[in-house]
Write a protein that binds this ligand. Structure first.
Ligand SMILES: NC(=O)c1ccc[n+]([C@@H]2O[C@H](COP(=O)([O-])OP(=O)(O)OC[C@H]3O[C@@H](n4cnc5c(N)ncnc54)[C@H](O)[C@@H]3O)[C@@H](O)[C@H]2O)c1
Length: 277
C-alpha cells in the first residue's frame, strides 16, 4: 500500500489509535488523503500522535466501554468533520495467563468490556448514525483468536469470537440498507500486545505497518474480511473444522499453544500494567 492519495477521501473514526495497529492505520489513512479522527483511552497520546501526523488527523479521549460517550463523540465528529464514512473499532487488550483460573476476574471482565462490549457500542452507535442515510462502513478488528481457541488467552478469544459473531450478524441484519461491515482478523502483530510472548515456527509476526496496509486496502475496497497472514488464517480455519482432540495436537505440533502460555518473565510487565490502568 503506497502513500498515494486515495481516489475517494473519507472521514474515518478509529479507536485505540494512539498506539500499535490503530496508530499505524491512522498514519497510513491520513497519508492517503483521508480525514482521520483518532480516539483512545489515552486521549493525550492520541492528540499528540494526531499532531505528529498532520492536519488531516485529530485526537480525542474516549473509553469505548462508555456507550454514551461513544455516541457523543460520533455525533460531535459527524457534525464538525462529517458525515462519518467509516468507524474502525480497533481498541482492545489481551492479558496472558497460564489458564483462565490464573487470571484475575477483573481483567477477564475488562477484556470482555473493552474488546466485545466496546466494539458493540461503537458498531451500534455507528449504525444508528449511518442507517438513516443508508451509507456507512463499520470495520471491527477481531483476531485470528476470533476463530481459533488460544490457550493462555481464553477471555481474549471469547471476546474476539464475540466480535466475529456480532459483526457477521449485523452484516446480515443491514444487508439491504446500504451499510457495509468488515471483520479484521490479524495474526500476531509486533505491538505491546505481543511483548514477552513465545514464537511458533509456523506463525510469522507482522509489523503494525503491514497490518495497517491490509486494513486500509480493506477499507478502500470495502472488503468484508481481512485476515493476515494468509497461512495462519488457513491454519485457524482448519483447526476449527477438525476434531477438538486433533486441534489440541495441531496446537502442540505447531507450538501455537505456547505463544501466550510461555511468557518470558518480566518482558510483559509494562504492557500488563498498562492495560490495568
Ligand atoms: N498485536 C497483535 O498481535 C494483535 C493480533 C490480533 C488482533 N489484534 C487486535 O488489534 C487491536 C489493536 O491492538 P494493538 O496490538 O495495536 O494493541 P496496542 O496495545 O498497541 O494498542 C491498543 C490501543 O487501544 C487503546 N485502548 C485500550 N483500551 C481502550 C478503551 N477502553 N477505550 C479506548 N481505547 C482503548 C490503548 O490505549 C492503546 O492505545 C486490538 O483490538 C487487538 O485485539 C492485535
Amino acid at each position: 500500500m503506497s502513500d498515494a492519495q486515495a481516489v475517494h477521501p473519507k472521514t474515518i473514526v478509529i479507536t485505540g489509535a494512539a498506539r500499535g495497529i490503530g496508530l499505524a492505520t491512522a498514519t497510513l489513512l491520513a497519508s492517503r488523503g483521508h480525514r482521520v479522527l483518532m480516539a483512545d483511552l489515552d486521549g493525550e497520546l492520541a492528540v499528540e500522535e494526531a499532531k505528529a501526523i498532520g492536519n488531516r488527523a485529530s485526537g480525542f479521549g474516549l473509553d469505548v466501554t462508555d456507550r454514551e460517550a461513544f455516541r457523543e463523540l460520533l455525533q460531535r465528529v459527524d457534525s464538525e468533520h462529517g458525515p462519518i464514512d467509516v468507524v474502525v473499532n480497533n481498541a482492545g487488550i489481551a492479558s496472558a495467563s497460564v489458564n483462565i483460573l490464573d487470571q484475575e476476574p477483573a481483567i477477564t471482565e475488562r477484556t470482555i468490556d473493552i474488546n466485545l462490549k466496546g466494539t458493540m457500542n461503537g458498531t451500534i452507535e455507528a449504525i444508528a448514525l449511518m442507517a438513516p442515510r443508508r451509507r456507512g462502513h463499520v470495520v471491527n478488528v477481531a483476531s485470528l483468536a476470533g476463530i481459533l481457541g488460544v490457550p493462555g488467552l481464553a477471555a481474549y478469544a471469547a471476546s474476539k469470537f464475540g466480535v466475529v459473531g456480532f459483526t457477521e450478524s449485523v452484516r446480515m441484519e443491514f444487508a439491504d440498507q446500504g451499510l457495509k461491515f468488515a471483520c479484521v482478523m490479524p495474526g500476531p502483530v509486533a505491538t505491546g500486545m505481543m511483548d514477552g510472548t513465545a514464537s511458533s515456527p509456523v506463525v510469522s509476526m507482522l509489523t503494525p505497518e503491514q497490518m495497517a496496509a491490509a486494513i486500509v486496502e480493506g477499507i478502500e475496497a470495502e472488503k468484508p474480511r481481512v485476515a493476515l497472514p494468509r497461512s495462519s488464517y488457513l491454519l485457524a480455519r482448519l483447526s476449527s473444522i477438525v476434531s477438538p482432540g486433533f486441534a489440541i495436537k495441531l496446537g502442540r505440533w505447531t507450538k501455537i499453544d505456547r505463544i501466550y502460555t510461555h511468557i518470558t518473565p518480566g518482558a510483559r510487565d509494562e504492557y500488563e500494567q498498562r492495560i490495568r490502568r
